[in-house]
Design a protein around this ligand. Structure first.
Ligand code: ZN
Length: 192
């Protein structure tokens, strides 16, 4: 269901804060469409740090693997990356569907077959990361799995607990959500 307790604006605000703390930059210099790598100078270890902060903030589990890695694992070696480690056109088709659906403000024409996997992080923006966080938060179940109450509440605006038994909200993790999406999209579009 849509998570009515945590707004998209709050997610973006917390993500900007986590990014500013990780990169030791002023939060006001971060735009929603900033590319973390190109505009803010993030390196791969910084992503781990930002993810960790976000996981603490919202009590969620972010995806550990890129979509490319999931495609290879689900549909077989060579389906997403060719023998030179370049993106296949099947991988590009899948990723373009995902980026278009999320309307992440990314120019999808920059995503091309033959592109190096290392070039992908440039496409990650605050907005696209926030989308992933919101997808996870939207897996909040209708009712508390512990007591069946639907009285979810939040005191700090980021952590949700059951208003009846005080159990912490449980969400699907980011990797499972990517896998579900890949399977659904593959069933629908038969790309691979
Ligand atoms: Zn409960």
């Amino acid at each position: 269901m849509t998570n009515a307790l945590i707004s998209g604006d709050r997610v973006i605000e917390e993500l900007k804060k986590a990014t500013a703390e990780t990169l030791a930059i002023d939060v006001t210099t971060i735009q929603t469409d900033s590319s973390l790598v190109r505009d803010l100078g993030a390196e791969s270890l910084d992503f781990l740090d930002i993810n960790y902060r976000i996981e603490q903030t919202f009590a969620i589990k972010m995806a550990r693997h890129f979509i490319i890695e999931h495609i290879e694992e689900m549909f077989g070696e060579g389906t997403a990356l060719d023998s030179d480690g370049k993106l296949t056109d099947k991988a590009v088709k899948l990723m373009r569907i995902r980026l278009e659906a999320a309307s992440e403000g990314i120019d999808i024409e920059t995503l091309k077959p033959g592109m190096d996997m290392d070039a992908l992080p440039v496409l990650i923006t605050i907005r696209s990361m926030a989308r992933g966080i919101i997808d996870i938060l939207d897996t909040l179940p209708e009712t508390c799995p512990e007591c069946g109450s639907s009285a979810w509440k939040t005191d700090d605006g980021t952590h949700i607990v059951c208003g009846s038994c005080a159990a912490m909200a449980v969400y699907n993790n980011g990797d499972d959500l990517i896998k579900e999406w890949l399977q659904k999209t593959q069933d629908e579009h038969k790309i691979i």
